[in-house]
Design a protein around this ligand. Structure first.
Ligand code: MLT
Length: 240
């Protein structure tokens, strides 16, 4: 079994096959994992704010929530921002969430058609590694990046998943970036926050008072579930 890591969705070769995992640690995939762990029925990720509003209008009002951000700030008129700490069971249980974010939802859109496509974060890294190991097929981890640029937060998480998968599949073959991510993670495993603190988006979130979100998103294996994209919607994949 081979594990490949892509620094950005745009680097994934056209026609690539799954299994694939999209990673946007700060904060889109952390939000998705959290929302589904807290009982959300499903999440539909859309690229544009107006498309999110129109889609939400097609659902019964009490069954849907609008969530997301622009420049990491709440979108006027939306029910939720892109802070995973807002996605509490009280707010999201049984709700269909329409989510629009700057990078995470675009990454998902650019990987449309790849199956299976899973959602990864530090929060569910072990569950993702177990799912990939159970499938036993060549797999790829795709980092969402920030505004088309490589980010340390996503590659660090890819390194953690690579390390966990290597423990489950002892002869796992890693491509060059998977090795790089693996060694980067291993050399900072004791202080991931220090490593990720060099990421530009870390500093930005910190500067607008969202350090608590960062701390939340950097928790390793807090949640034992793997969201999966199914017909354009993110739902819970039940672990066997
Ligand atoms: C994104 O998808 O662009 C991010 O989640 C941005 C953010 O931190 O809200």
């Amino acid at each position: 079994m081979k594990l490949s890591v892509y620094a950005l969705p745009t680097l994934v070769p056209p026609g690539s096959q799954g299994p694939a995992v999209v990673i946007d640690v700060l904060r889109a995939t952390s939000v998705m994992v959290t929302a589904l762990a807290h009982g959300a029925a499903a999440i539909t990720a859309v690229e544009e704010i107006e498309d999110a509003r129109s889609l939400a209008a097609s659902y019964p009002t009490d069954s849907v929530l609008l969530g997301g951000e622009r420049q990491a700030l709440p979108i006027p008129g939306f029910d939720l921002s892109n802070s995973p700490r807002e996605y509490t069971p009280e707010k999201v249980k049984d709700k269909h969430i329409i989510l629009t974010t700057t990078n995470g939802t675009r990454a998902l859109a650019s990987l449309a058609g790849i199956e299976p496509l899973f959602i990864g974060a530090f929060l569910n890294a072990s569950a993702v590694a177990k799912t990939l190991a159970a499938l036993g097929q060549d797999a790829m981890l795709v980092c969402a990046g920030t505004r088309g640029r490589f980010t340390l937060d996503d590659i660090s998480c890819a390194g953690l998943i690579a390390a966990q998968l290597s423990r489950l599949i002892p002869n796992l073959e890693l491509d060059d970036l998977a090795y790089t991510a693996y060694f980067l993670y291993q050399s900072h495993a004791q202080n991931i926050k220090h490593l990720v603190s060099h990421a530009q988006h870390f500093s930005y979130l910190q500067s607008i008072g969202l350090e608590a979100d960062i701390n939340y998103c950097l928790q390793v294996d807090a949640l034992d579930l793997v969201p999966k994209v199914q017909e354009g919607t993110v739902v819970l994949q039940h672990l066997k």
